[in-house]
Design a protein around this ligand. Structure first.
Ligand code: PGA
Length: 249
């Protein structure tokens, strides 16, 4: 009953021309795939042109971040309503790279998530533990704090616009995927946590994606886990062939 989501996070890669070329190559490869929600997240400058390029296809558009104010003297920021204006249906919030390099905290993630949902966007909220946290057995407490802080104060109805991405930091861009069992363990924990914090029906409906070195050869095992509802893909989303292989798993 939970429609799987495969989302490609292109990070800081690709010009406008390269981004358009990538979705043009991707579109026919995934055109028959109606069972999966397929999303791409190019850099801000390419959003509008990629939006034009995917018109009429089954590919949706996400931004990689947003600000929480609608407008004002906030040099360099982009408001959720401007992302909508550029054609986005989704926005990734709280990616570990933003938490690590740009001072993103659960509080700012929470403000962004609320603002984005209020503006009519769906949010992909990222959480995940570092290697040191995993090794010191803090994984569950870290995830609980991040989920609680990032989603604090959201009404149960707002959850239809929330997708959670569990991305262990040690698995991102390292080639080291969490094992199917390691990922499922945390996904199951997140779903039980959502049931405790909100309700069982919210928990049953929310999609929880895994991210961290997802590739065509490991996606199947991950997707076979009961609480893994999709993938947030970095490196392997930069080539149409490998991203399509993941989306068509
Ligand atoms: P990766 O990135 O697939 O390159 O590990 C995942 C992500 O950061 O979303």
């Amino acid at each position: 009953m939970r429609k799987p989501v495969i989302a490609g996070n292109w990070k800081l890669f690709k010009t406008i021309g390269e981004s358009v070329a990538l979705v043009q190559e991707l579109t026919p490869l995934v055109a028959k795939n109606k069972d999966i929600e397929i999303i791409v997240a190019p850099v801000f400058t390419a959003l509008s042109r990629v939006c034009d390029a995917i018109e009429g296809s089954n590919i949706k558009l996400a931004a990689q971040d947003c600000y929480w104010e609608e407008e004002g003297a906030f040099t360099g920021e982009v408001a959720p309503k401007l992302l909508k204006d550029a054609g986005c249906s989704h926005v990734i919030i709280g990616h570990s790279e933003r938490r690590q390099y740009f001072g993103e905290t659960d509080l700012t993630v929470n403000k962004k998530a609320k603002a984005a949902i209020a503006a009519g966007l769906n949010v992909i909220v990222c959480v995940g533990e570092s290697l040191a946290e995993r090794e010191s057995e803090q994984t569950f407490s870290v995830i609980e704090t991040q989920i609680q802080g990032s989603l604090s104060g959201l009404a149960a109805e707002a959850f239809t616009h929330v997708v959670i991405a569990y991305e262990p930091v040690w698995a991102i861009g390292t080639g080291k995927t969490a094992s199917d069992a390691q990922a499922q363990e945390v996904h199951g924990f997140i779903r039980r946590l959502i049931a405790r914090l909100y309700s069982q029906s919210v928990a049953d409906a929310v999609r929880i994606l895994y991210g961290g070195s997802v590739k065509p050869d490991n996606v199947k095992g991950l997707m076979a886990q009961p609480d893994i509802d999709g993938a947030l893909v970095g490196g392997a989303s930069l080539k149409a062939e490998s991203f399509a292989a993941i989306a068509n798993f």
